[in-house]
Design a protein around this ligand. Structure first.
Ligand SMILES: [Zn+2]
Length: 350
């Protein structure tokens, strides 16, 4: 389990036990639910709803982290949130400047959405009620959610295919056809398209998808839950670095793997950006290596974190993405049948 602390006060404000996910590179969102507690141990704060039978109803997250309600109206919220954003800005400038622009833009948008439905939100501070700390917003939506505005994780950027290029229109086409035809058809090399372009687009696309899926379940994948990178108990993956073979935890392994793919994609000799520059002779084997490794991420998610996938409602998305991946790899012979062994049971059902 990951515990998230406010970067300013050091107080614990949320943990991965509450289905934490990142929203738009600016917030961490968690889903709480109302629980009923017997009231013989303490006096509830004003925020907690008293029930007649001596029990109280409280949101589990607020209860677990002893968050303190703060009464805000639109007038008092604006200076507080401005001050808070200024502090985060200062923190990012020092700690992670590359995230600054996205944060400032996203945060302003987010404040606008809060202002629009202001009455639907309640606000909390950390345990000590220190106004210098994270401001936590809670909103009962369709599913009842509470949001935490204090985010200090580093997020891996999505790889972009340059708009206006042939590869970009290929990418758009391949996305558009996904729903229309069956997946088996959609992986076929389109007419008048070079195999290199088609493979390059697919590598970036599947890298982004695997990255996103892993990001969604990442809070559940820790040194403790996954001390060894595996695809279920029968398949262990070891990392090779400078001719040394090392055993890594799943989160370490997957981070290294994603870094490695990113390096490959940035390497102009392997993935030339200029459409006139030919792909290298061994391009298919470069691509095949990347696909073989991406598979390990899918296998780990399926076999070790499927419950987390269900919890965030991404089950159908994971299945479709992997099916697409499987058909693509099959169409171009990018992996051996034996590479798929960990997910053989699943594949049988395709
Ligand atoms: Zn894991």
């Amino acid at each position: 389990m990951n515990i998230y602390k406010c970067v300013f006060t050091g107080e614990e404000v949320i943990s991965s036990a509450f289905g934490v996910k990142e929203v738009g590179d600016i917030l961490i969102e968690a889903h709480g639910k109302l629980i009923t507690k017997s009231n013989d141990l303490g006096i509830p704060s004003n925020d907690e709803q008293q029930l007649d039978d001596g029990t109280e109803s409280i949101i589990d997250i607020i209860d677990a982290f002893n968050l303190k309600p703060i009464d805000l109206n639109k007038k008092s919220f604006v200076p507080l949130i401005k001050e808070y954003m200024k502090k985060i800005k200062g923190h990012l400038e020092k700690a992670n400047p590359s995230r600054l622009d996205a944060f400032m833009k996203g945060a302003q948008e987010f404040v606008k959405t809060v202002m629009k439905d202001f009455d639907e939100y309640s606000f909390y501070l950390g345990e000590s009620s220190n106004p210098d700390g994270a401001l936590i917003l809670s909103k009962f939506g369709d599913d009842g959610l509470s949001q935490d505005f204090c985010k200090n994780k580093t997020v891996r950027k999505k790889k972009k295919i340059d708009p206006g290029t042939k590869r970009y229109s290929l990418y758009k086409e391949s996305v558009a056809t996904l729903g229309a035809h069956n997946l088996k058809q959609s992986v076929k090399l389109p007419k008048e398209t070079s195999l290199g372009d088609w493979l390059a687009v697919a590598v970036v696309d599947f890298y982004n998808k695997a990255n996103l899926l892993f990001g969604a379940i990442e809070p559940c994948c820790t040194q403790e839950t996954c001390p060894v990178m595996n695809a279920g108990p029968s398949f262990e993956y070891l990392w090779q670095e400078k001719k040394k073979i090392i055993r890594l935890s799943a989160p370490e392994y997957i981070q290294k793997l994603l870094n490695w793919i990113e390096e490959q994609l940035d390497d102009e000799d392997s993935f030339p950006k200029d459409p006139d520059q030919p792909f290298p002779k061994n391009f298919k084997s470069i691509v095949s290596n990347i696909f073989r490794r991406l598979f390990r991420i899918f296998a780990h998610i399926f076999l070790c974190h499927f419950q987390a996938v269900i919890d965030i409602g991404a089950e159908a998305h994971l299945n479709t993405t992997f099916k697409h991946f499987y058909y693509f790899v099959g169409e171009f012979g990018l992996m051996k049948k034996s590479d798929f062994a960990p997910l053989a049971e699943l594949i049988k059902r395709f």
